[in-house]
Design a protein around this ligand. Structure first.
Ligand code: SAH
Ligand code: SF4
Ligand code: F3S
Length: 443
């Protein structure tokens, strides 16, 4: 029925959602859909959504309004909403947004062809059942909008840490790890296809655990992927501070191709706030892990996520966040104002009592400090030489290429005869807050 239809997918939210859109593409391609990057040409539009903060949901609502116009022009156009917002709001979303024909939660993508058939038969369709097993392990994701050099591999799904502010455990269900063989095979396939970097993805990768015919933890999995080929760089995100072990740090240090950069979200520098957030670590524990990283992997860069203005946060708590930023010397940070999410423990038990203006003011102070730290971190690299994996042409000039060093910093340098996927040694001569600038000193 749905032969040769054009599907356009738009994705919001985290990298895992982008990775899911690749899985969805693969499922739809096997069911006689084509993937189009021209929305005006689409018979079906899927919006893969995020619920992490209120403004993430508002963006999607706004987008749905815009799509209304398109649907008026083409009444046969089908609109599906996938992902976390579909899961969180369930049928309520179908009632509130009449334009939507279909909703599918993160664990029901295999069901999409069936759901589409229902829609084509003139009914609305929904599947928001969460699974305890689904990992899409046997689905080969179709790489969309890829640079052909770096790719993401989803190694686990769900989360059951229940940080009190967070919707993810409710929208993505229980934590489950994917079969390691399928992960290693996917990395090998990517390498054979010319890719030179994989990022292993999960909400909390260091709690990866395979306990079937043999046992494997995240350190073991990382080692297996690193052994695919020394020319394949391996990154991973996100690590939870509560279980980043010395064993893992030693594996990172042991393999040249496991990158020296760790994303370790602190959220707040105040132990009191961390407890209310149910993060399961203290400021002291976190700093102990930072010292371990600095000792075991010298030169390793560290990035973070920070929430400003969580329930009951005082000026003193906020100052503790600023001081821990300076102590760790993050090279990069994602920084957010606390946004209360319905259904979470914080929404049920705590009062969202920090005024909006205070949240904004504190966030600005956090951003200002991070700007300085990022710039200082780059200044410290002047004169150093890095092995850079080239990803593409620089946005500013087609005579320059860009790539990243192991520490995950973007480096820009003259093109010469290099091309994406090559490794090149770059000596850093200048920098901005966001970029290292240099020249090649040999491939
Ligand atoms: N699993 C990852 C984070 C996933 S969500 C981890 O535990 O670190 C990405 C980031 O969004 C979080 O680290 C947090 O900083 C932010 N975030 C999550 N819920 C939020 C909320 N309700 N308000 C503001 N920021 C939030
Ligand atoms: Fe959310 Fe916490 Fe899970 Fe991260 S670890 S996804 S912040 S509940
Ligand atoms: Fe958003 Fe869901 Fe990712 S809420 S951050 S898309 S897991």
């Amino acid at each position: 029925m749905s032969k040769n239809k054009n599907l356009y997918i738009e994705t919001y939210g985290c990298q895992m959602n982008f990775s899911d859109s690749e899985i969805v593409s693969s499922i739809m391609l096997e069911n006689d859909f084509r993937i189009t990057d021209d929305i005006t040409n689409a018979d079906t539009i899927f919006i893969n959504t995020c619920s992490i903060r209120e403004n993430a949901e508002q963006r999607v609502r706004k987008r749905l309004k815009e799509l209304n116009a398109q649907k008026r022009k083409n009444p046969n156009l089908k609109i599906g909403v996938l992902g976390c917002m579909a899961e969180r709001l369930k049928d309520k979303l179908l009632e509130e947004e009449l334009i939507i024909d279909l909703i599918a939660g993160p664990d029901s993508y295999r069901d999409l062809p069936k759901l589409i058939n229902t829609v084509e038969a003139g009914q609305k369709a929904a599947n928001v059942i969460l699974s305890e097993e689904e990992t899409y392990a046997n689905i080969n994701p179709v790489r969309i909008s890829t640079n052909g050099v770096s790719a993401f591999i989803s190694i686990m799904r769900g989360c059951q840490n229940y940080c009190s502010y967070c919707v993810v455990p409710y929208t993505r269900g229980k934590e489950r790890s994917r079969d390691p063989e399928s992960i290693v095979n996917e990395a090998q396939q990517l390498f054979d296809d010319g890719y030179r970097e994989v990022t292993l993805l999960g909400q909390n990768v260091n709690s990866y655990r395979w306990e079937n015919e043999y046992k494997l933890n995240f350190a073991g999995l990382l080692e297996k992927v690193a052994l695919v080929n020394p020319l394949l760089r391996v990154r991973f995100a996100t690590s939870h501070p509560k279980d980043i072990s010395d064993e893992l740090l030693k594996i990172i240090a042991k393999y040249e191709n496991i990158c020296n950069s760790i994303h370790l979200p602190i959220q707040s520098g105040s132990t009191k706030i961390l407890k209310l957030m149910n993060r399961k670590y203290t400021r002291e524990w976190y700093m102990n892990r930072i010292e371990a990283i600095k000792k075991i992997i010298p030169g390793c860069t560290i990035s973070t996520d920070i929430i400003s203005g969580f329930c009951t946060e005082t000026e003193d708590d906020h100052q503790e966040t600023l001081s821990i930023m300076n102590e760790v010397e993050y090279y990069y940070a994602f920084m957010f104002k606390y946004s209360e999410r319905p259904g979470t423990m914080a929404a049920k038990k705590l009062k969202d009592d920090v005024p909006k203006e205070t949240k904004s003011h504190r966030l600005k102070e956090i951003i200002d400090i991070q700007q300085k730290l990022s710039h200082q971190s780059n200044l410290n690299d002047l004169g150093k030489t890095f092995n850079v994996l080239i990803e593409g042409t620089s946005k500013k000039s087609d005579q320059e290429l860009f790539g990243r060093n192991s520490e995950n910093k973007v480096c820009v340098f003259p093109k010469e005869n290099f091309k994406p996927g090559d490794y090149v040694k770059v000596k850093i001569t200048k920098c901005t807050t966001a970029t290292l600038i240099g020249e090649s000193v040999g491939g």
